[in-house]
Design a protein around this ligand. Structure first.
Ligand code: COA
Length: 703
């Protein structure tokens, strides 16, 4: 991506509007009006075959007539004319195409969309859209859109897949007092996508925070990489829970992956914060665009009201930044600025007696104290106090503390006077909210972002490249035989090649072989049918466990064979696997899917009922770092079972995290071949005793 191509789209020095119109109400009229109203300083060239003048500007009958260079074109002609217009743009040497026109892939016409992209690329042009509202920038006073006006100025830039939402956010920016530098409509993302824009915005001196409204990505990995490389906070509101892939899933893992959990994982791995809803997107955007991150765990809450203090305490726990009592020295100092019946613990309740001076002194001290990593100041409007004065005292204290790089958020709970004071605070760079839980949520976002970025720095685990030769030979053999899946034995061989511990399993093709192999492995053993035509072995009566002696092996051998042939008379039977009977441990499942958007994705959960009924699983886009693997183990609801619930010894989580990261590396490396996998169950033993994959399944990609 060349930077100047995105410059042409987001910061053009001149713009042609193709489909400009003198008729009020037409989009081609509105775009010209918006460019004039916003006082865009670059050259504006209306292009329309009929007119001589449009809204006081000279109109050009064709693009070619425009003297000199034109950097960008806004296209507002009907879809059927767009392709020809692109030729004209290419010949004119335009660099960026802002295509507002609808009627492409969003209505099923993918071919037309592909045509315009390849045509644009052939001239070295890039496309924003089609099917967009346009793009708006405060610093260059550019409203190249049909949204009504430039948003309230601010430091956040927003990219949205919904044009209607852009128009709504534009208006809400004023009522909510959350300012934006840019609003960018991305539409069908036929060419320029989230990753391109995020990369550009990372270098934009006028943008301090990047907010997203996301419906879906085309290439999820590009998004992850772009966000990981960004220094600025990225915050995403994701709508729509996709079930892609789930219906056709051949593995257990595949059927669990369609629930939006892969998107959750991807945002986390990218280091992008989430917003829970549109209001939360505004709240978090405000905090992230104005304040530094919270580097440690200690959040202090100052308040003049017990009630809002308790609400803040509840919110702190809910949003993952639970309050701790302030240390003794902090309490002693704060006690000086409250009546006897106040509390200096945390929340620090100065009581309704608190006036401007106490707010000033407690803020000055707390904000400056090294124990405090983030300060939340709450205020309930009282008859004795003036919200504007309180606001000023808070700002003054922060300035005079001389402290930099520490976040503060504020909540004033009251009427119009409080609202006015908060608007002033926001203008002064202090995020202010009308409810205590919102101020705490904003602070939690600043903490969460810090932690997410730390995690992003951890390198994903790779594999020993020699390993894939064994796997690829096994896969090639299966493909040659026309199979879409590996047998259990083959799957285990692949796992073993990547250093995953599997229960010892040997194939036998005769009863005698079965007996001698069972003796070699040692009794008791498990016996299972091995047939590419029988994936669900138990359903076919193809599994016998706890076989204790030679007679048992002989009997099981014949019963399993008979059952298998009864289940499917034409089944191609490779033989019967003799497997060591692994001692029972905590049942877990590791699996993977090759997600349509994000590619190879690993899953972990507790096995049995936990996965079957509760779907208690978590995902990551592969590969993953070992610290991500550790985090996954802690994420499932059943995590206490691994930690050793009800007096049981803790399970070997270290070995489990190691295996999980190796598994992720394996599916990533074999991403071109493997569609889905299951290691189920994976039995996990006590600390130091490791784990064992008891059953394995690998489904190949269709090629
Ligand atoms: N070069 C220059 N001008 C051209 C042209 C060409 N090759 N072909 C047509 N025009 C002119 C027309 O003469 C007309 O000007 P006029 O008003 O003076 O007659 C103007 O371009 C617009 O064409 P028109 O046929 O009147 O279309 P329209 O204005 O009704 O609709 C769109 C055009 C692009 C707005 C419409 O097709 C569309 O896509 N609307 C949806 C936009 C949208 O919602 N985007 C997504 C938001 S999320």
């Amino acid at each position: 991506m060349k930077k100047d191509q995105i410059n042409a789209l987001l910061a053009p020095s001149s713009i042609a509007i193709i489909g400009a119109s003198a008729t009020p109400g037409k989009i081609g009229y509105t775009v010209i009006k918006n460019l004039l109203d916003s006082k865009y300083s670059g050259n504006i060239y209306p292009v329309n075959p009929k007119d001589d003048e449009i809204q006081g500007l000279k109109n050009y009958k064709t693009l070619a007539e425009i003297p000199g260079e034109v950097e960008a074109a806004v296209i507002v002609v009907p879809a059927k004319f767009v392709s020809d217009v692109i030729d004209e743009c290419g010949k004119k040497g335009i660099k960026g195409l802002i295509i507002i026109t609808s009627g492409f892939s969003e209505v099923g016409d993918k071919a037309l969309e592909l045509e315009i992209v390849s045509k644009a690329h052939s001239y070295g042009m890039r496309i924003l859209g089609p099917n967009i509202v346009g793009t708006l920038t405060n610093s260059t006073k550019l409203n190249a859109s049909f949204a009504p006006y430039l948003p309230l100025p601010g430091k956040a830039s927003l990219i949205t897949q919904s044009g209607a939402l852009l128009i709504a956010i534009d208006a809400i920016s004023y009522t909510r007092g959350v300012g934006f530098e840019k609003l960018i409509s991305i539409g069908n993302m036929s060419d320029v996508d989230f990753a391109d824009l995020i990369t550009w915005l990372d270098d934009d001196p006028n943008t301090s925070c990047i907010s997203l409204y996301v419906e879906g990505f085309k290439d999820g990995r590009r998004f992850i990489e772009a966000v990981q490389k960004t220094n600025k906070p990225v915050i995403a509101l994701k709508s729509g829970v996709s079930a892609h892939g789930a219906a056709a899933a051949a593995s257990h893992t595949g059927s669990l992956a369609g629930s939006g959990k892969v998107y959750d994982a991807a945002f986390m791995q990218a280091g992008a914060l989430r917003a829970s809803d549109l209001n939360n997107l505004f709240d978090r955007t405000l905090a992230l665009s104005l304040q530094p991150t919270m580097k440690g765990d200690n959040m202090l809450v100052l308040t003049n009201g017990g009630g809002v203090g308790v609400l803040a305490t509840d919110a702190a726990e809910k949003y993952g930044v639970p309050l701790k009592f302030a240390p003794e020295d902090v309490q002693v100092e704060l006690k000086k600025h409250m009546p006897d019946f106040g509390s200096a613990k945390n929340p620090v309740d100065m009581t309704g007696m608190a006036g401007t001076d106490w707010y000033y002194k407690t803020t000055l001290f707390s904000y400056g104290h090294k124990w405090v990593d983030g300060l939340v100041v709450l205020y309930c409007e009282t008859a004795q106090t003036n919200p504007e004065e309180i606001a000023k005292s808070i700002r003054k204290a922060v300035d005079e503390s001389g402290v930099k790089g520490k976040p503060i958020t504020v909540s004033f709970v009251g009427g119009e006077r409080s609202d006015k004071a908060m608007r002033w605070l926001v203008e002064q760079g202090v995020p202010a909210y009308n409810a205590p839980d919102l101020a705490v949520n904003a602070m939690a976002a600043l903490r969460e972002f810090h932690l997410l970025r730390e995690m992003v720095g951890h390198k994903p685990r790779g594999t020993n490249l020699l390993d894939d030769k064994i796997a690829r030979t096994i896969i090639a053999k299966a493909r040659k035989e026309g199979r879409g899946a590996l047998t259990e034995i083959e799957s285990k061989q692949v796992f073993e090649a990547y250093g995953l511990p599997t229960a010892k399993t040997i194939l036998s093709t005769t009863e005698e072989e079965a007996v001698s192999q069972a003796k070699k492995i040692g009794f008791p053993v498990v016996m299972k049918i091995v047939s590419p035509d029988i994936l669900h072995k138990s359903d076919a009566g193809g599994v016998k466990v706890n076989i204790k002696d030679e007679a048992g092996v002989r009997e099981a051998y014949n019963t399993i064979l008979a059952n298998a042939l009864k289940y499917k008379a034409t089944a191609n039977i490779h033989g019967i696997a003799i497997q060591e009977m692994a001692p029972w441990g905590t049942e877990t499942i590791i699996g993977s899917v090759n997600d349509a958007t994000f590619g190879p994705t690993v899953m972990f959960g507790l096995g049995g009922i936990f996965v079957e009924v509760l779907k208690d699983v978590t995902f990551r886009v592969a590969p993953i770092s070992e610290s991500q693997a550790v985090k996954m183990l802690g994420e499932i609801r059943g995590a206490p079972i691994l930690a050793g619930a009800r007096g049981e010894a803790p399970r070997d989580r270290k070995a489990l995290a190691d295996v999980l990261s190796k598994y992720a590396a394996m599916i990533h490396e074999l991403g071109d071949e493997i569609a889905e996998t299951d290691a189920n169950p994976v039995l996990v033993y006590e600390e130091g005793k490791g784990l064992k994959v008891v059953d394995a399944r690998i489904i190949l990609k269709t090629k």
